[in-house]
Design a protein around this ligand. Structure first.
Ligand code: ASP
Length: 342
């Protein structure tokens, strides 16, 4: 039910709020004030909606840490006053921002639902209206006075996904996202069917927004023929603090001795090295094959079935936790913190 709810709608840009440049035909985001006329439906909701915008709405491919901090500040300022939050965001980096928010916001106990669209909301065939309307419905849905989905999620094309389990899989289909290793939180048809077993159980604690994000991180996607000097171009960076290795299958990588030696050096330097698989589905199981055993011995941590988006933002978050030692950061990185890993 949406009655008597207060909803915060945060507009960050993305295709949902874009128009074509008359000269070039390229899409660019416009201010929400101009957009509002395209969505008269917002006035029909039986809840009070307040809109906040980024200072400068962006194409989400321009997302960066400063914008994440701006978003964290908006959420931190208004969180206590609202029953739920919907964030309009470009689909390109939506899974990154949703993952980042799931870590950087500690103790979330209200819905924070990201949505966007593949076609601008001003276009007749837009998917933006359904996405936005249902996202608002979900963000204000309560049962016994409590929010049904008290977590960071993405709503897109009739599906509600856990934010840090989601990845963008299509630049063409309306069904742009997938959550390969975790069930949907809800499916929208005539009714919204919530998969309660999959939704997080939360405590009533005060929200904490961590804004001191560390970005001294990198990733290396392993491929046949990866050269030592190319590998070292990244690993020799003096201020590197975290590295994601995107490996083959169940977490396997070349067993050349230089590879393990380079990784051992990183561990000694205090760099957190996390292994995730290039496969969309399934999990890292270091040690299943000989080509994974040497990684384990060199101090590489298993990222299990985390998405790349979850892994990189989790490392950024953990590195920002200055109260944790290197050993504690290593311990947490492979552990379930926000439902991001099985
Ligand atoms: N480039 C757009 C963005 O991410 C794509 C979209 O919104 O679907 O902002």
């Amino acid at each position: 039910m949406t009655g008597h709810s207060n909803l915060l709608l945060i507009y960050t840009g993305g295709t949902i709020g874009m128009v074509e440049d008359p000269e070039t035909g390229a899409l660019h985001p416009i201010d929400f004030d101009h957009l509002q006329n395209e969505i008269p439906e917002l006035k029909k909701f039986d809840c009070h909606i307040t809109v906040e915008s980024l200072k400068k709405p962006i194409d989400s491919s321009n997302m960066n840490l400063l914008v994440w901090i701006e978003l964290l500040e908006i959420i931190e300022t208004y969180y206590d006053r609202y029953d739920g939050i919907v964030i309009m965001h470009g689909s390109d980096t939506m899974a990154y921002t949703a993952s980042a928010m799931s870590f950087l916001l500690e103790n979330v106990n209200k819905p924070i639902i990201f949505t966007g669209s593949q076609l601008p909301i001003g276009k007749i065939r837009t998917d933006g209206k359904e996405n936005l309307i249902t996202a608002i419905e979900i963000a204000t849905a309560k049962e016994n006075g409590k929010p049904i989905v008290p977590e960071v999620a993405i709503y897109f094309e009739y599906s509600l996904y856990r934010g840090n389990r989601t990845t963008k899989i299509s630049a063409e289909n309306f069904e742009a996202f997938q959550s390969p290793n975790y069930p949907l939180l809800a499916e929208a048809g005539v009714h919204i069917k919530y998969n309660r077993f999959a939704i997080r159980k939360v405590d009533d604690k005060q929200l904490i927004a961590r804004k001191d994000i560390v970005d001294n991180v990198a990733s290396i996607k392993v491929f046949p023929g990866l050269r030592k000097d190319v590998f070292q171009a990244i690993t020799n960076l003096s201020n590197l603090k975290g590295l994601i290795l995107e490996t083959f299958g169940s977490g396997n990588a070349p067993s050349d001795s230089w590879f393990a030696e380079e990784i051992q050096k990183l561990d000694k330097r205090g760099v957190v090295v996390l292994n995730i698989t290039q496969c969309t589905g399934g999990s890292v199981m270091q040690g299943k094959y000989e080509t994974g055993v040497h990684l384990e011995h060199a101090g590489v941590l298993s990222g299990g079935d985390m998405t790349f988006e979850a892994a990189i933002t989790k490392i950024m978050y953990l590195l920002s936790c200055t109260e944790l030692s290197f050993e504690e950061k290593k311990e947490y990185v492979g552990k379930n913190m926000r439902g991001e890993i099985s």
